[in-house]
Design a protein around this ligand. Structure first.
Ligand code: UGA
Length: 442
């Protein structure tokens, strides 16, 4: 099939465009930014994502992938378009739909000049009712055509995790594929595309598909905040959260593999934004979303637990040297949007301590956020050189390697993700972590 991916230079759009091309479809990857489009055309994927570069180049070689700024031609020459533009948090957590509105208007104009049937698919995360109340009226206004009669409309939420987005897209076995459809004819076109993927397909209404996305992310975010709250209580009542977690997961109704790893809180471009958006939508609909509020409140406080632990072990932080290990919001990505590292670094800086930061891939983004206020280190040993303490903020596998800490001057480690086994550290260290009742001396 011929497919236009609008917003193709973003994380979701590029992953989808490359994934669809590798499934044999002919893809127009449409972006507004000429520089980004040109890089993608040359096989440079502009974002860090496992296997993306390899598959982008494979798609370019086969000739069924074209990066372009020409939205009109892309839509006119394709059967389906996916809208993958971003929907950032606007005023009071509500999503900002400007980019969705802009893309819908441009697609609408192209539809006006197109004779054959075309299905417009919203993939961006949008609150329930958006496709029906905003996207469709704009498409109809700018095309002069009628949704349903002249063109199809679907809503197909994305369930990609950063760091493994390409494989999540290509193998949706664990997430399934949700297709919200305006009518059967629209949905059947998407089924035709996704039937080749190994994942259960659920057809729903447009609104339901929109809600599924928010329900999933809020559910997972709620689990993380719950885990963090339990870990904080464990810390104060003298038990180790990791053992409590093991014991809890033995109940098959709870089970392993849930989002119950306590830490410094959730970040990224999805959970914080989506929980806030659903909260705002809930309020607007007349519900008091208490669980969503608690999820956000716990998460706002969680990064500061490591500051409390640092102070417990070092006393005043003024003029102390602290290494921050990990800046990305999670391993496997250079993304620092809403990363807990931002709150942690700013809180430590406000105590007038000195900071060295190391992250295997996110240093460039860190520079854009922390500027000249911290020292950036190209290697973990460099970051740990001459510091009084270190804080593990992102669980990159290399931080679980006890030998990297051997040459630390001040032997204090605060583990914000509980990745390190203190039993394996050399002697003379003081180790503390989230959900641990007291510091361990090695
Ligand atoms: C999340 C969802 O997992 C995806 O299913 C969804 O498609 C995506 O949002 C989206 O809406 O696009 P992502 O934000 O990439 O994916 O990252 P996650 O792996 O879910 O982690 C989010 C945050 O939660 C990270 O900061 C991570 O460190 C934290 N986390 C996760 C915990 O603190 N504890 C856990 O047990 C799990």
């Amino acid at each position: 099939m011929k497919i236009a991916v609008v917003g193709g230079t973003g994380f979701v759009g590029l992953t989808a465009a490359v994934g669809l091309a590798n499934k044999g479809h002919s893809v127009f990857c449409v972006g507004r930014n000429k520089e980004k489009v040109s890089k993608i055309s040359r096989g440079i994927p502009i974002i860090y994502e496992e296997n993306l570069e390899k598959l982008l180049n494979k798609a370019l070689e086969t000739g069924n992938f074209l990066a372009t700024t020409d939205l009109k031609t892309a839509v006119k020459e394709s059967d389906v378009s996916f809208i993958c533009v971003s929907t950032p948090s606007g005023e009071s957590g509500k999503i900002d739909l400007k980019q969705i509105e802009g893309a819908s208007a441009e697609i609408g104009k192209a539809l006006g000049e197109k004779k054959s049937y075309h299905v417009v698919t919203v993939k961006s995360t949008v609150v329930p009712g958006t496709t029906e109340n905003i996207v469709i009226p704009i498409l109809e206004k700018f095309s002069g055509k009628k949704a349903g009669a002249d063109f199809g409309v679907c809503m197909n939420p994305e369930f990609l995790r950063e760091g493994c987005a390409v494989s999540d897209f290509l193998y949706p076995k664990d997430t399934g594929i949700v297709i919200g459809e305006l009518d059967n004819k629209s949905g059947d076109v998407l089924v035709e595309i996704f039937k080749e993927f190994d994942g259960e397909i659920l057809k729903t209404s447009l609104r339901c598909a929109e809600m599924v996305k928010y329900a999933r992310n809020s559910y997972l975010a709620k689990d993380i905040s719950f885990a963090n709250e339990i870990a904080n209580i464990c810390q104060n009542v003298g038990v180790d959260y990791l053992e409590v977690k093991r014991g809890t997961e033995m109940d098959s109704r709870i089970g392993k593999g849930r989002f119950l790893d306590a830490g410094v809180g959730f970040g990224g471009s999805c959970f914080p934004k989506d929980v806030k958006a659903l909260f705002a939508k809930g309020v607007e609909s007349g519900v008091k979303p208490l669980m969503l509020k608690a999820t956000l409140d716990v998460n706002d406080q969680q990064p500061f637990i490591v500051i409390k632990l640092l102070k417990q072990l070092l006393g005043k932080l003024r003029n102390r040297r602290i290494a921050i290990l990990g800046a990305a919001f999670k391993p496997g990505t250079d993304d620092m949007r809403e990363a807990p590292s931002i709150r942690i670094v700013n809180a430590i800086l406000s105590e007038e301590a000195k900071i060295s930061v190391y992250d295997p891939v996110a240093l460039e983004n860190a520079r854009g956020i922390f500027g000249e206020n911290v020292v950036y280190c190209e290697g973990v040993e460099d970051a740990l050189h001459n510091v009084d303490a270190c804080v593990i903020v992102t669980e990159w596998p290399e931080f679980a390697e006890p030998n990297i800490y051997s040459n630390m001057k001040g032997k204090v480690i605060i583990d914000g993700r509980r990745v390190l086994d203190p039993g394996k550290l050399p002697s003379g260290f003081v180790y503390h972590g989230i959900g641990l009742p007291e510091a361990v001396k090695t």
